[in-house]
Design a protein around this ligand. Structure first.
Ligand code: FAD
Length: 391
């Protein structure tokens, strides 16, 4: 049965190029504005009560979550922010009551989606009320790194940059008086580039969302003007079909050559993820416990890693009680505090990197929990069968 009424002309597995017919959205959008156009349609038709998206914060390198209930407010949320990225799953539990009483649309990257799936498993989020539009993600760059990299490698002041994008393997900036692109490989070899957890990530096309959207595979005259959409669910097929039928979105079949190119790029990105895992984990393996002991000795016990972990549900206020995990006033906490935390999340760490990103002491926590998770997976793989995602 069609979820949104009418007869869907799309089905799961279809691949199309799509773009919005709304000029104001198209102007601000990354690649034709299909994503924002679909959210506008969903809000106008009351298919969702609110949309959770990401918009520019204090500058180009900053991002903030936005809960939108009026479609006219959507145009400022169009465009891709590759630097100040953040994880959306906990926003749904904290500010949207886990979508238990409202229908919520969310734009998700792979890490957002994995966080949501874990929270659904823990019954913190109601999946029935969620509509998920996924955006492919080859990785993001931290705001601090972006500023440093633009100064050092591009020789440009980050304050005069008005657009950043990642295209064809390059990090490209546009600024007053010019534009420059440098390949990610070159940047990363020189110690710059994407967040380390993003480099190791192997969830590039979020197929567990209702639609998976991106620029990979858009070729010919639509390159740069349309988004490649892979239909991943009946819900997604219905939304796209209805929006196209009502003229809000335009679509055309994806060029078969583009489909081939997209698959090749995805394959290459997965291999790159393997390469970075091998490199990062090898360094750690040389002295696992020594490294963890040394690095965590900087911990100031602020509990940010716990507060921001999408799979950890111990309340930081509970942890502050002296009888739990660590003694009163013990700073840094003994290594067992961290060991217990790793054990607690080791089966479900989604490698979102938030623990590390938000650690004021720069402890490579994501590396530790990701390494433990991947090692656990390799031991128990035969027992667990195929994981739902491969991160
Ligand atoms: C960090 C990032 C990396 C990407 N990397 C790739 C890639 O390697 N290959 C590829 O094929 N496509 C990639 N994309 C997807 C691509 O850039 C476009 O977002 C997609 O094609 C949709 O374009 P659009 O014009 O339809 O979207 P728009 O209508 O412009 O809407 C974009 C949507 O993305 C949301 N958004 C912006 N930044 C973020 C963020 N950091 N986290 C979560 N949501 C965000 C916006 O709020 C909005 O809802 C990436 C997107 C992001 C955000």
């Amino acid at each position: 049965m069609a979820l949104f009424g009418g007869a869907p002309a799309m089905k799961k597995g279809d691949m199309v190029y799509a773009w919005t017919t709304d000029k104001a959205i198209a102007e601000k959008a990354e690649l034709g504005g299909a994503v924002t156009g679909l959210w506008k349609y969903a809000l106008d038709k009351k298919l969702v009560d609110a949309v959770l998206v990401v918009k520019k914060g204090s500058d180009l390198y900053d991002a903030k979550p936005a809960i939108i209930t009026k479609s006219e407010d959507l145009k400022n949320t169009a465009g891709s922010l590759h630097c100040g990225t953040l994880l959306l799953s906990k926003v749904i539990t904290r500010y949207l009551n886990g979508a238990k009483d409202k229908k919520i649309g969310v734009t998700v990257k792979g890490c957002d989606l994995m966080g949501i799936i874990e929270l659904v498993r823990r019954k913190e989020i109601n999946p029935e009320n969620l509509f998920l539009i996924g955006v492919n993600c080859g990785g993001s760059v931290s705001p601090i790194m972006a500023r440093k990299m633009i100064t050092d490698k591009y020789g440009v002041s980050p304050d005069i940059v008005h657009k950043e994008e990642i295209d064809k393997g390059q990090f490209i900036i546009e600024y007053e008086g010019g534009h420059k692109g440098i390949s990610m490989d070159e940047l990363e070899e020189a110690g710059y580039g994407r967040r380390t957890n993003c480099r190791r990530c192997k969830y590039k096309v979020p197929r567990q969302a209702d639609l998976a959207c991106g620029n990979w595979g858009v070729i010919g005259e639509k390159a740069g003007k349309a988004t490649f959409v892979e239909v991943c669910s009946d819900k997604g097929a219905n939304l796209l079909a209805q929006a196209a039928k009502d003229g809000v979105i335009q679509t055309e079949a994806a060029n078969p050559k583009g489909v081939e190119i997209r698959a090749k790029v995805e394959g290459a990105m997965l291999k790159l993820g393997d390469k970075w895992r091998k490199k990062d984990f090898a360094k750690l393996k040389a002295d696992t416990w020594g490294t963890i002991n040394r690095e965590t000795s900087r911990c100031i016990r602020c509990y940010s890693c716990i507060e921001n972990c999408p799979v950890c549900f111990t309340k930081a206020t509970d942890l502050k009680k002296p009888s739990l995990m660590v003694g009163a006033g013990e700073v840094p906490p003994n290594a067992m505090f961290h060991m217990r935390r790793f054990a607690h999340i080791s089966d479900t760490c989604v490698n979102c990197g938030q623990c590390e990103e938000l650690c004021p002491m720069d402890i490579p926590l994501a590396l530790f929990s990701h390494a433990i998770r991947v090692e656990g997976d390799s031991v128990y793989k035969s027992k667990l069968g195929e994981a739902t995602y491969t991160n």
